[in-house]
Design a protein around this ligand. Structure first.
Ligand code: KG4
Ligand code: ZN
Length: 334
């Protein structure tokens, strides 16, 4: 079964053709980084316009070498995300679905991030513990089987990616801050400043806003004597990674899971990837990470999530309604 995935929830216009939920035939992404860089954040109105301008070209690129006869359905992100952006994808998908007489499957973006690792690790099957770490989310879920999730916890304030982005700004690094800190931290000493870790004991929740405040206070206090940017970047990165890895592996053990799947833009972080593998091995837990290009927003993960939904035969919603605040729900209760 070949599905076309469409993703427009934030600042990447993406389309992809995926066979049987695991094999990527084509993938096209048009990044809007140049549109938003000067504003150091995604400007919703500009993002919707950019999606509208690019979506047709991106879908054509994803279909190159194939024809609509090959396409059995369309998966499209219906939330969470920026409402104007979601509407561009959803409207396009619905028009194409009608025109080509194929089903349109509304997909939860977070579910996409959780199944992205299966594009790389094709034999990976649930149950597993899933960590979603992106610009808007930091959440731990037990993925019991396709469409059945149990939420363990999530951030109470900033998402991990948001923390990277905001702290990078304080350090004078470019937007987006995650990749900038990742690059700047290379060769830096992560023990230079012992930035605080919010452990949130007794819960599987996270909190990263205190770290941001602590960096601001450090920079004010240190003035001209501040440590080198690479050492600060490495110290900040270590503080975020330490909490994410420690809590996720502890949660996996407590939930009796030997497999952990990580997804979302922050899963592209090189220190996070290394730390997960290093620290999981002695605990006999296997960590699955998507290829870096499928950590950040993409449409292959949307097509994959749509495939699992279609295969499950769980009835699809009667109407495709976008929901900017959509949470990861089990399909039965959706
Ligand atoms: O999943 P994503 O593309 O969009 C959302 O759904 O939010 O994630 C974007 C986030 C941004 O905050 C970005 O700074 C972060 O992922 N990110 C990284 C890295 N690459 C992207 N954070 C840390 N290290 C990276 N290498
Ligand atoms: Zn995302």
């Amino acid at each position: 079964m070949i599905l076309l995935g469409i993703e427009t929830s934030c600042d990447e216009t993406a389309a992809s053709l995926v066979a049987d939920g695991r094999r990527i035939l084509r993938s096209a992404v048009a990044s809007q980084m140049n549109v938003h860089r000067a504003f150091r954040g995604v400007v919703p109105e500009l993002a919707s316009r950019a999606h509208a301008e690019r979506i047709n070209t991106v879908i054509e690129a994803a279909l190159r070498g194939y024809s609509w006869k090959d396409v059995d359905g369309i998966g499209v992100t219906r939330g969470p995300g920026l409402v104007g952006c979601l509407l561009i994808g959803a409207t396009t998908a619905q028009v194409l679905g009608r025109l080509r007489q194929v089903p349109v499957i509304g997909v939860n973006h977070l579910e996409g991030h959780l199944v992205a690792a299966q594009l790389e690790h094709r034999s990976l099957r649930p149950p597993f513990l899933g960590l979603i770490v992106s610009g808007g989310h930091t959440e731990l879920h037990v993925y019991e089987k396709a469409g059945r999730y149990r939420r363990l916890g999530g951030t109470r304030d900033d998402a991990a990616g948001e923390a990277f982005d905001k702290i990078a700004y304080q350090l004078g690094l470019p937007f987006p801050g995650g990749p900038a800190i990742d690059r700047a931290a290379r060769g830096g000493n992560p023990s230079t400043v012992a930035f605080p870790r919010a452990w949130m004991p007794g819960t599987w929740d996270f909190s990263f806003s205190g770290l941001k405040t602590s960096v601001i206070n450090y920079l004010k206090g240190a003035g001209a004597r501040r440590a080198a940017t690479r050492d600060l970047a490495a110290s900040v990165q270590e503080a975020i990674v330490d909490v994410l890895v420690t809590k996720t592996l502890n949660a996996a053990e407590e939930a009796g899971m030997r497999r952990v799947v990580v997804g979302g833009g922050v899963a592209a972080n090189s220190r996070l990837r290394k730390a997960f593998v290093e620290r999981a091995v002695p605990r006999r837990i296997r960590v699955y990470l998507p290829d870096r290009s499928f950590c950040t927003d993409n449409a292959a993960m949307v097509a994959a999530a749509a495939y699992h939904r279609l295969r499950s035969k769980t009835p699809l919603e009667k109407r495709l309604i976008v929901d900017p605040g959509l949470s990861l729900q089990s399909w039965k209760t959706a």
